[in-house]
Design a protein around this ligand. Structure first.
Ligand code: MOS
Length: 747
């Protein structure tokens, strides 16, 4: 394969768990063998709002193999759920949904009962026999029809320091020198994560006060904490195992109702219970990217200087809970612009609560912002990259702080060169190829830096191999591979000598895998733990007799190839195994914590990037083919190029899906999604994806953490949809502001 990164030698590790994954040796949540396991299947509501009036379960209970039918009529009381103050009515906004708690129905697809049986098939069959009757109330699920009801989120009303407060820099009124102005509205529909592995849990009560769950999630420590709280158990009595995950993209950040349902059933039946969501249930159980409408007005002087941006966004949430996202925030930071106003509103509908989905808020907001920038550049008759460079923010215009590091300009330049952006025609419909219209588009990407306190344990074994542990996760990016790389480098050992363990709540405390925070946070912890272990080993080596050679005074201690040397040009070293042997140690262990200091007050920290896209559009059918993508990122130091590159490719693929295909359509007569499988909910397949060229600036950010590395997962997708939409405009002259860009919108 052609190596895409030409500015550093590619010494990447292959995925440390690659062989286990492709041979089936990797155990996913639903695959654990637990004696006495029984199977649960959810029965879900067929109305979007109202209440359950009766549940007839006799027939289901009499069906072969059935052990129980659980609903609000007979479910156990979850001890950590206090009685609601308004027990007779709907829960006040801000209360998470409680499964099998009362007869109220908040959304179509809500779990209303659960059948537990000896086999999955028996439970499936019996679930079809449960008859639920409802008192139906009229529901509101249509975003556009209800948008006038949107308001300032209660969470924002209650918190003056909320980042989602209305924001104003300069005043919109002083856009006096604006020569050219655009104003437009952008819509993204509801989109679902839909990882190939559905969410699944096996809940095992080892004793009345001891719980183990094998659960698909993005944070074993957070699930441990939430389950301990719900069931009023000491944290250590709850263990959460989540070692392999077949994609999540944000759907696993929370503890969802199905997780609670399985744990409740296992408690009630005193049997281990397995629950695997069906694909259809994945559309109503684990969140989604919320339907969002945004308005942007933007002005510039005729020589291309931004004068003002007004960005308003309204997102969707459920009736019982608020989900807030960074939708409008990028407009405050991405460009040097004197006047910026942002407003964020929420609309509650009779739907389940959305959640974070890759690049949450920013993927949505930057679609609008970077489409608007392209629109304004076109109105100015200016190259959109030149326009962006003209308004490049040399420091953070929102916080008035220097960037910790920013190489977005270098990204633009490298990307433009590799893509051959200079060949782009300003006028749409200028280029055709075999009767198809060809267009070029680009967009920027940014995502805030997140670093959470993290611990790691590093253990040198008697044979010179190393075990490194942290309760971090791998939802796909290759966490174990990157951490192995960090450990091997610090300790000067071959990566084959390192084993990294993750995905178990008994391991040292680490944040969940979200917000592109794993490498910055856990990578730092692994680095400092291995540094500490190395220093201990160096100190121990120094105490050892060193053959005929006297211990030199300027002994500094250098590690390479699994040995400690007195100094860099020492020929004779002592191996880690011999150090432990000499000191009669079976192993040597250190646990270290790494966390941010005050540097976040001195610097504004972001990852940056940009994407360049070529499309062909059929003038006859409106079909869009993405034919070329160049993506370039500035995320500080790259830890492992090969896995990073895969993550960048995955982000682009997700962005192409967002731009051209993904759309969770609802039949509003019933408040029900009609796209409930991959036949109807379209995501890109290999044939939809062209070769994707990935480039990194790979320059350590010295202010963010000891490894100089920032997050990559989110910026990989942020901006991609805008780049595609901008390319479609360049090809066709049609500006599509409502995703996905399906053929009907282009003919
Ligand atoms: Mo990500 S949406 O923080 O998994």
């Amino acid at each position: 394969m052609k190596k895409q990164l030409d500015n550093v030698p590619d010494t990447s590790l292959n995925r440390v768990d690659g062989a286990a994954k492709v041979t089936g040796a990797a155990t996913y949540s639903a695959e654990y063998k637990v004696p006495g396991l029984v199977h649960a299947v959810l029965v879900t509501s067929t109305i979007a709002k109202g209440s359950i009036t009766a549940i007839e379960s006799q027939e289901a209970e009499a069906a072969p193999g059935v052990l129980a039918v659980i609903s609000h009529l007979n479910a156990i009381t979850v001890p950590g759920w206090p009685e609601r103050k308004q027990s007779a009515g709907r829960a006040p906004v801000g209360t998470a949904f409680r499964v099998f708690y009362d007869p109220l129905v908040y959304f179509d697809g809500q779990p209303v009962a659960m059948v537990i049986a000896g086999t999955h098939e028996q439970a499936m069959h019996a679930a079809s026999l449960v008859r639920v009757t409802y008192k139906r109330e009229s529901h509101q699920t249509h975003f556009e029809k209800n948008i006038h009801k949107a308001g300032v989120p209660l969470n924002v009303q209650r918190s003056k320091s909320s980042p989602f407060q209305d924001y104003e820099r300069g005043t919109a009124a002083t856009q006096g020198n604006t020569d050219v102005k655009i104003e437009a509205e952008y819509t993204i529909p509801t989109q679902h994560h839909q990882p190939l592995e559905p969410h699944a849990i096996i809940a095992v009560w080892e004793a009345g006060d001891k719980l183990t769950v094998y659960d698909k999630n993005q944070g074993v420590k957070s699930v441990q904490g939430q389950l301990a709280q719900a069931f009023k158990l000491p944290r250590e009595n709850v263990q959460v195992v989540s070692k392999y995950i077949g994609g999540a993209f944000g759907s696993g950040i929370r503890v969802w109702p199905h997780t609670m349902a399985a744990v409740m059933a296992a408690s009630q039946l005193k049997r281990p219970v397995k629950l695997v969501l069906g694909r259809e249930q994945m559309f109503t159980s684990v969140g989604y990217r919320p339907y969002t409408v945004q308005k942007i007005s933007m002005g510039a002087t005729k020589d291309g200087r931004l004068t003002g941006i007004v960005h308003e966004g309204t997102g969707q949430t459920s009736m019982y809970e608020e989900h807030l996202e960074r939708t409008v925030l990028a407009s405050r930071a991405l460009y040097a612009c004197p006047h910026v106003t942002t407003r964020y509103r929420l609309l509650s509908l009779d739907v389940n609560t959305p959640t974070w989905m890759r690049g949450p808020g920013d993927a949505t907001g930057v679609f609008a912002l970077e489409s608007a920038v392209d629109e304004l550049a076109f109105a100015l008759k200016m190259d959109p990259l030149e326009f962006r460079l003209k308004n490049y923010a040399e420091s953070d215009p929102e916080r008035n702080l220097p960037w910790s590091a920013k190489s977005l300009r270098e990204c633009y330049e490298l990307g433009a060169e590799k893509f051959r952006w200079q060949n782009r025609m300003l006028e749409p419909r200028s280029v055709t190829q075999n009767g198809w219209l060809m267009g070029y588009g680009m967009a920027s990407s940014l995502y805030g830096f997140h670093r959470h306190p993290s611990k790691a344990r590093a253990v040198m074994q008697a044979d010179g191999s190393v075990i490194v542990q942290s309760a971090t996760m791998d939802i796909g990016p290759g966490t174990g591979t990157a951490m192995t790389r960090i450990a091997a480098k610090v300790l000067g050992v071959n990566a084959k000598k390192v084993r990294f363990e993750l995905g178990h709540s008994s391991l040292p405390d680490a944040p969940g895998q979200n917000g592109s925070s794993t490498i910055p946070s856990v990578g730092s912890a692994v680095h400092v733990a291995c540094e500490a272990l190395k220093n201990k080993l160096i100190a121990l080596a120094r105490e050892m007799p060193r053959g005929s050679r006297p211990t030199s005074q300027e002994w500094s201690g250098v590690v390479r190839n699994g040995e400690v040397f007195g100094s860099a040009d020492d020929k004779e070293g002592v191996s880690y195994a011999d150090i432990l042997k000499y000191h009669h140690l079976n192993e040597l262990e250190v646990t270290e914590e790494s966390k941010a200091g005050a540097e976040g007050n001195q610097y504004s920290m972001y990852s940056f990037g940009c994407h360049f896209v070529e499309v062909l559009v059929s003038p006859l059918t409106g079909e869009v083919r993405v034919t070329r993508v160049v993506t370039c990122a500035d995320v500080g130091a790259i830890i492992n190029y090969k896995t990073a590159r895969s993550q960048s490719i995955g982000g682009v693929v997700g962005g192409i899906g967002m731009a051209l295909m993904e759309h969770s359509a609802m039949d509003h007569r019933f408040g029900r999604y009609v796209t409930t499988d991959f036949a109807n909910y379209h995501i890109p397949v290999h044939a939809d994806i062209p070769p994707i060229e990935v480039y990194y600036i790979d320059k350590p950010d010295e202010h963010v953490n000891p490894i100089g590395s920032k997050g990559l997962g989110e910026i990989a997708i942020v901006g991609v949809a805008a780049a595609v939409a901008n390319a479609v405009f360049n090809a066709t002259g049609k500006r599509i502001r409502e995703l996905p860009i399906t053929p009907d919108k282009l003919v």
